[in-house]
Design a protein around this ligand. Structure first.
Ligand code: PTJ
Length: 262
């Protein structure tokens, strides 16, 4: 076995394999060093959730897909963490939902943009927005480097999918009247709280479910998709996600640690 390979017998093999993907992403210039910290924060919340996709997250996933399919201009925003973790998934999700892919970074550099574009192309992406300076626009409502967007993508988007996002941009995008879908393991983060649809789950579990759900729902009429959205209340769903962590911790405090650290 190679030095950084993970033994399948390790009790936390899945979690370690996800880490290894990020470390690889860092080595090839895709993930920023800050992305490794962000992942650590996510891991801690995943522990609290039980490292599963809850029914609560599944409801948000269904609503997110309905929203993506109903969008006139839906855009999946790609950062260094998701490019390392789920490149093929993002490309597939763009294909099945009809959304565009745009690279948009918090810690922006030409080198990282190019490294991410390579990873996406290797995963099958044909068209990637956010790379051509001729189409650059600036969104003044956003204060980080993320304010620089592609005119053909995030600038005109009505629906944006921004997994592992920072609160500033989520707030800015919402202020611009865009629908914001996020995946964030931390239900207390500013992004989770501000987004229009919040999927409290690990992006590595959520993206495959978004794809399978999009394959099913894209056959549905617009009216049926709208009904899914009408029946979804993000504030209520998010409150339930926090409550689920609370209940799980209460249960574990009573039954002991047998269920912890699978
Ligand atoms: O590649 P860049 O330069 O665009 O930077 C990307 C990061 C992620 C570094 C940047 O957006 C950032 O600093 O994000 P934050 O503010 O740390 O927020 C990331 C959120 O994602 C946190 O709330 C984490 O709990 C959550 N998170 C981390 N890993 C995962 C996750 N949520 C879902 N799945 C994960 N694997």
């Amino acid at each position: 076995m190679q030095k950084d390979e993970v033994s399948p017998r390790h009790p936390r093999a899945t979690s370690l394999r996800i880490r290894a993907k990020l470390v690889h992403g860092f080595k090839i210039g895709v993930t920023s060093p800050f992305g490794l910290f962000a992942h650590g924060r996510g891991e801690a919340f995943d522990y609290l959730i039980g490292e599963i996709t809850t029914d609560n997250a599944k409801r948000a996933i269904k609503a997110a897909v309905a929203r993506l399919l109903l969008g006139e201009n839906s855009v999946l925003s790609v950062n260094g963490n998701v490019a390392a973790l789920v490149p093929e998934g993002l490309v597939k999700l763009a294909k099945v939902s009809g959304a565009k892919l745009e690279i948009n970074l918090y810690h922006r550099s030409k080198e990282r943009e190019e490294a991410i574009a390579r990873v996406l192309r290797d995963a099958g992406a044909k068209e990637i927005y956010g790379l051509d300076s001729a189409f650059q626009e600036t969104i003044p409502e956003i204060h980080s480097e993320r304010r620089v967007v592609d005119h053909r993508g995030l600038f005109i988007a009505d629906v944006t999918f921004v997994p592992l996002e920072d609160g500033d941009r989520t707030e800015g995008l919402v202020r611009l009247g865009k629908q914001v879908i996020t995946v964030d393991l931390n239900p207390l983060s500013r992004t989770a709280q501000m987004a229009s649809i919040t999927i409290v789950d690990n992006v590595v579990r959520a993206v495959p479910l978004l794809i399978s759900s999009a394959r099913k729902l894209r056959k549905e009429p617009k009216k049926a998709l709208q009904k899914i959205l009408d029946n979804f209340d993000n504030k209520q769903n998010l409150a339930e996600a926090i409550q689920l962590i609370n209940e799980r911790l209460h249960m574990l405090a009573k039954t002991g640690p047998s269920d912890i650290g699978r």
